[in-house]
Design a protein around this ligand. Sequence first.
Ligand SMILES: NC(=O)c1ccc[n+]([C@@H]2O[C@H](COP(=O)([O-])OP(=O)(O)OC[C@H]3O[C@@H](n4cnc5c(N)ncnc54)[C@H](O)[C@@H]3O)[C@@H](O)[C@H]2O)c1
Ligand SMILES: [Zn+2]
Length: 357
Amino acid sequence: MPSFRVETPQRAYDAIVERGALRRTAEFLPKRAGKIFIVTNHDVWNLHGAILCHGLGDRQPEVLFLPPGESRKRIAEVETLAERMVAAGGDRASVVIAFGGGIVNDVGGFLAAIFMRGVPVIQVPTTLLAQVDAAVGGKTGVNLVSGKNLLGSFHQPLVVLIDPDVLTTLPEREYRAGLYEIIKCGVIRDAGLFRLLDQCAPSVLAQEPATVERIIAAAVRIKAEVVSADEREGDLRRILNFGHTVGHALEAETQYSKFLHGEAVAFGMRAATELARRTGDLASSDAQTIQSVIGKYGPIPRLEGVTAQQLVGRLAVDKKTLHGKVHFVLPVKIGDVKIVSGVEDCVVIESIEAVLA
Ligand SMILES: NC(=O)c1ccc[n+]([C@@H]2O[C@H](COP(=O)([O-])OP(=O)(O)OC[C@H]3O[C@@H](n4cnc5c(N)ncnc54)[C@H](O)[C@@H]3O)[C@@H](O)[C@H]2O)c1
Ligand SMILES: [Zn+2]
């Protein structure tokens, strides 16, 4: 089964895509590891905790539960977890295992980044989105009232264990939300992956095991390559934000309650694709193909009540606004994108309106 090397200035590590990877978690613990702390939530633990425990052999982990939901991705929860670590005998030799979806990966990773100035973390993502995106790359953090992911740190894991077996219990909507991030990978860097998602949609949607493994591996390979070339979001890492400029605006405008992250990104990819067509950067035929593939993995919730003007208003405050400019990642062909800024608001509004219609 494939393993992808992530090489960053902070650390080099593997992202391993392997059925049953959970069962050999102990192999990846540092030799002198102290107490093991698993950060998870009750749902994930009830479904898959026993397998992870089995994978830790004779190590007796301390399990720390994070209450569910984006609203609990806050510094207060990190503090609570850190106090529990100290109470349970945590020290600088402790190791954190972040075992859950993107929220757990982000909070568990951030806890590890700052606990006693930093202890190692093993990322064990259990949603498709977290497997192909959140768990690889070392971004960790929590939300502020004023915005998402505004407190955080780069803390690269010891290893990322991606076990497709855990996805069998994932709600179908969460699975599809993760698929949109894989479509993103195809558009930005891998025409072959994109073709697979186009031609094999029924087996992707039916979670045919070999197909699921292939698309996860393809997406993780891309994430690993991009992060290795650019750990801290310079130009290359920003290509991963295809669909995210408008996607983030949509999530914020709907108070993070109506759309799953991947669904908002799907809408954002539609808008960016239409924008690229209008600016002449992308051929109409390619634009149509991208729209059609996104459509195959729908539906996403309707945008009732959200206007293009509102979304464009949000873009200005998005943290990806650099030097006062909004950046868009625009496809130039399937498998390649470019980053542009300074696009006229009216063209952005027209593109979003076209997609809304
Ligand atoms: N650090 C990064 O680079 C990065 C990248 C993308 C997203 N994120 C963050 O990730 C978060 C979203 O992550 P998410 O989409 O995984 O959502 P999530 O963490 O909320 O998980 C979604 C739901 O699925 C449940 N779940 C998890 N695994 C399951 C399984 N195997 N079976 C059944 N249920 C399961 C969870 O309990 C939760 O209710 C956001 O906070 C976002 O900011 C971070
Ligand atoms: Zn994303």
